[in-house]
Design a protein around this ligand. Structure first.
Ligand SMILES: [Zn+2]
Length: 185
């Protein structure tokens, strides 16, 4: 049994640690509020992390497959996305925050089994070094909600020579105005 003096010190230490946690939580809340937590997605200029949610909120908002890719940096099975061989005119938006990320005229068939584009829309995505899986790759995230989208490789077609290899589950397709939706008739 610890002496009463030791116990008092332990309690004091616990109180100090507890205070620190509360302070951090308050600071975190202020940062979230400053980032426009209540505002929701906007169409203004994007900044990294402009749309933020807690992990519990993301779990509630996204399907399990979307959550796995966007928030856990998972990878969908190749040839599993209906967007892989979709070439209708329109835009591909982030499944996490609805930010438009790619235009259909930059999409090409990479034969990899994942939707591939040679160029994102301006300021739509951010690049991050990724050394996981024993490979040096460049991860691509949504510039607005920081959701993981896929990777970019330098074996793409002209004019950029880049291949943005995206998880289809992280994207939603929006047909251009006046264009029939795919498979519609
Ligand atoms: Zn997003």
């Amino acid at each position: 049994m610890p002496s009463s003096r030791t116990r008092r010190q332990l309690l004091q230490t616990a109180a100090i640690i507890g205070f620190g946690v509360v302070t951090l939580k308050l600071a975190g809340f202020s940062a979230l509020a400053g980032a426009g937590l209540d505002g929701g997605p906007t169409d203004g200029p994007a900044g990294p992390g402009q749309v933020r949610h807690t992990d519990a909120e993301w779990r509630r908002m996204l399907s399990p497959a979307q959550y796995d890719v966007l928030r856990q940096e998972g990878t969908e099975a190749p040839f599993s996305s209906p967007l892989d061989h979709l070439y209708a005119s329109g835009t591909y938006d982030c499944a996490g925050c609805a930010k438009p990320l790619y235009a259909s005229d930059t999409k090409f068939d990479s034969s990899t089994g994942w939707p591939s584009f040679y160029r994102p829309l301006p300021s739509a995505v951010t690049r991050h070094g990724d050394g996981s899986l024993g490979m040096e790759r460049t991860e691509i995230r949504c510039a607005r909600c920081d959701g993981h989208l896929g990777h970019v490789f330098d074996d793409g077609p002209r004019p950029t020579g880049l291949r943005y290899c995206m998880n289809g589950v992280a994207l939603n397709f929006h047909p251009a105005a006046g264009v029939q939706p795919p498979h519609g008739a």
